[in-house]
Ligand binder design. Structure first.
Ligand code: PNS
Length: 190
């Protein structure tokens, strides 16, 4: 019997409940699903690829999906899919706004590798507004991301934000101290 293997490529920075929903749906229709994190040196990510991999692996373990694994790749998605002997690329479509970009990408991938099929699935409606970019933005501005990402991801995001705030505070204090020092020495000279 032919077994169907699919890859689910993306940035996953950070992985969200919407991603998890799609992984669950994909795990039900494919025999094997590989969540593939793009190693993109041009982007300035919140989490390293290694951190994203750990979070996704923990999410998959917690959910108990035994036909899902996590990997990383660079270069063309279609080349990676061929190396893995996968027959399909899984992508999520949340709203009409996603469609144009996803269609363009699917058709380009088909042009590059006609044997590979792109399969679109829709996450649950409650995740239709959810994206990694918005999760990062809400967290950076102090909003709660508790129902948007799994708890283990929320914890990691909070840790990142704490470190960033401490760093900002230290920089501000250092800037203040140096400007106070300068004005004191100007006063002495005067
Ligand atoms: O989570 P994202 O950022 O929407 O994922 C986009 C991703 C990784 C699927 C896309 O950027 C991609 O496939 N990049 C790999 C390079 C590639 O194959 N480019 C041609 C796509 S048509």
């Amino acid at each position: 019997m032919k077994r169907i293997k699919a890859i689910y490529p993306g940035s996953f920075d950070p992985p969200t409940n919407g991603h998890l929903d799609l992984i669950e749906r994909g795990s039900k229709i494919f025999d094997e699903l590989v969540v593939a994190i793009l190693r993109n040196p041009e982007k300035d990510p919140l989490f390293s690829v290694a951190d994203r991999r750990k979070m996704l692996e923990a999410m998959i373990l917690t959910a108990g999906f035994d036909n899902v694994s996590v990997d990383t790749f660079d270069g063309l998605t279609v080349d990676y899919a061929l190396r893995l002997d996968a027959q399909a690329i899984l992508r999520g479509i949340r709203a009409i706004s996603d469609y144009e970009y996803e269609l363009q990408m699917a058709l380009m991938n088909r042009k590059l590798q006609p044997a590979l099929e792109t399969v679109f699935m829709m996450p649950a409606e409650k995740y239709s507004y959810l994206s990694s970019r918005l999760v990062r933005e809400v967290a950076q501005l102090g909003g709660s991301i508790d129902c948007l990402v799994p708890e283990l991801v929320a914890q990691k995001v909070r840790e990142k934000m704490d470190v960033a705030h401490k760093f900002e505070n230290a920089e501000q204090l250092a800037g203040k101290a140096s400007s106070e020092g300068k004005s004191r020495s100007r006063k002495k000279k005067a």
